[in-house]
Design a protein around this ligand. Structure first.
Ligand code: PEP
Length: 251
């Protein structure tokens, strides 16, 4: 059975005090062991998150990483630095990185290779724009994104990845994909993985939905058979709404 995942992408939000309150809310907390909780804090708060995560309730993820080992890349973060804080996951291909930081498929492939080389887990994001959906090209667009990136990797490599389907029109807009829209795309992604690799990999790979998940809509979206959890932005900033979303993952 695939693990359920609630991944919190804090983006460029939070401060020292809100990070502290978040972790203290979950002190002495136990969740269903079948649910993996991942926090992607801003880099500056990674050491604090690492220190406060005393009961190891959460796993830590990075919102970005550079694909070179180290060196003259002003403003960037190297993977070995992440490892010093037990970071296990890296977001790759988030639409905000593609749009504002001009990350191309070529760059994403370099990042994927680098992250896999050091045994971290890429959380690979894909998703169409609203115009693509209006033009009924959403499947083609997502398929193209997969072809140019994770489908360039071997079966052994893709097994180590997590996919997040995040329709761009749903991110931070308050307009989520309907459970049926999410299911249709997740099923399509799984089917494409089956065709390119095999059915075991397709059955085992976690596919998360991301885009305006809230405590109110999470249960319905998570009840879809091919949705294995969520990548949650805005609603993961406050511990009580994140908690409610995690609870919606419980079978
Ligand atoms: C995200 O940025 O990955 C995301 C899904 O954001 P939000 O939940 O705020 O739409």
């Amino acid at each position: 059975m695939r693990k359920k995942i609630a991944a919190a992408n804090w983006k460029m939000n939070q401060d020292k005090s809100s990070v502290k309150s978040f972790f203290s809310f979950f002190e002495n907390y136990t969740f269903n062991q079948q649910i993996e909780l991942i926090i992607f804090p801003p880099f500056l708060y990674m050491p604090l998150a690492h220190e406060l995560n005393k009961n190891n309730l959460f796993k830590l993820g990075a919102q970005n990483v550079h694909y070179e080992e180290k060196g003259a890349y002003t403003g960037e973060i190297a993977l070995y630095m992440l490892k010093e804080f037990d970071v296990q996951f890296v977001l790759i291909g988030h639409s905000e990185r593609r749009k504002y930081f001009l990350e191309t498929s070529e760059i994403l492939v370099k990042k994927l290779k680098h992250v896999l080389k050091y045994d971290l887990t890429p959380v690979f994001c894909c998703g169409e724009e609203l115009t693509h959906r209006y033009q009924n090209r959403h499947m083609d667009i997502v398929y193209g994104q997969l072809m140019q990136t994770i489908f360039q990797f071997s079966a052994e490599e893709i097994k180590k990845m997590i996919i997040a389907y995040e329709p761009v029109w749903a991110i931070g807009t308050g307009v989520n994909a309907t459970p049926e829209q999410a299911q249709e795309m997740h099923h399509f992604i799984r089917q494409s993985i089956n065709e390119h690799f095999n059915s075991n990999i397709a059955d085992d790979i976690p596919i998360l939905y991301g885009g305006s998940i809230t405590a109110e809509n999470a249960h319905e979206i998570f009840s879809m058979p091919d949705v294995d959890g969520g990548l949650i932005g805005g609603a993961s900033l406050k511990p009580d709404s994140y908690e409610a979303i995690v609870k919606a993952l419980n079978p």
